[in-house]
Design a protein around this ligand. Sequence first.
Ligand code: AMO
Length: 439
Amino acid sequence: MVSLLDNWKRTHFTKNINSNLVDEEIIVMGWVHEIRDLGGIVFVVIRDRDGKIQVTAPSKKIDSKLLEQIRSFRKESVVAIKGKVQGSDKAPNGVEIIPNEIKVLNEASQPLPMDPTDKVRAEIDTRLDSRFIDLRRDNISSIFKIKSQMLHSTRLFFEDNGFIEVNTPKLVASATEGGTELFPITYFEREAFLSQSPQLYKQMMMSAGFERIFEIAQIFRAEEHDTLRHLNETISIDMESSFMTDIDVMEILEKLVNKVLVDVIKNCQKHLNILNVDLKLSQCPFPVVTYDTAVEIINSKGVEMEWGEDLSRASEKLLGEEYPGYYFLTEWPSEIKPFYVMPNEKDPTKSHAFDLMFGNLEISSGAMRIHQHDLLKDKISEKGLNPDAFESYLKSFDYGMPPHSGWGLGADRFNMTLTGLNNIRETVLFPRDRRRLTP
Ligand code: AMO
């Protein structure tokens, strides 16, 4: 029989049950993680968000009806247990609960679509199909607890440095990062797109005089390729600042990465241990490698690369061998960067764009932006885009646009560098890739 909560309230999370509570009556609520029936005694492990506790039901001490109810528990059902805390040398936490009364709040069907106890290894597709169970596992939920810390520290960092959090539209009229990666949608009688990046709005906010802004939000990319680093929906941590150069915002990025590393190492040790990650602070300042030097390194290691080409996967891997940690790649060719990137004043074939890499993984891109209306309009045309589609954006450059710079940091890729995972799907609750739109 399935019960309602009625007037029962959880008194303790399992992680807070310790020897100070011996002889007290408490209520715990959670999932049936394990049941061991030894005949005269039944052991049940109850799991909640942050831990587990053993419930011990000896036939001699408890009512036979209650014992039968406990015996009939199914793995992963949701239960509430009212009982007395008792010290126990054998129990994993040194304490256990002797039950007085129980409620089954939801019964789990059997067999389960996957095993949540890590005893049977499942392939990632099976796991993602039953993600609500997969996420019950310690090593999976730890990824998201680290991510939560990462996002929390990021917000604190921006607030401490005078940035204002903003929210920009995700239904947009034009591309920003190159036309091929857009998801078209029907917007009443017009065509519109899911936003690839808050780029245009971040820049318009500079004209609006906010000077330092950040946004943490979804971006959508119609990536055709199925890789371990690309998703079709991902979180971007974006910032933009007026009166700053590319060098200034690289410094901000480096400081943010370090703040997150310090906080994750300090506050998430338990989760890092579960994931077997020995996270270390990074060498500071991060090495800066120019695009020219990168081309030299890549060619010297036997992969042919012409100046002006984007980095192939093979090239990224070679750079990652040379620089396994965080490093900046700077002075990119203007040709392969978006229209809004400021060209180098002495050599316009080069630009004020940079990427932040972690080994062979690009985790952020940024640049000093063009803030002159006419130059920007020319660049839009040069890239084969129609300036008319950018009218409202271009207008903001006509009435007082300060020089400005900014970057976008891929939150899910950043999380990969903190958790040691090599498949981005692991770092997203319900990932969206070419094949996956549910759950
Ligand atoms: P860019 O297109 O390089 O730059 O994106 C910034 C960062 O976002 C992450 N990223 C992705 N992560 C997972 N899957 C994807 N499909 C994906 N696409 C991008 C990467 C990347 O470094 N407007 C600029 C930023 C700026 O200049 O401010 C932009 O969007 O980590």
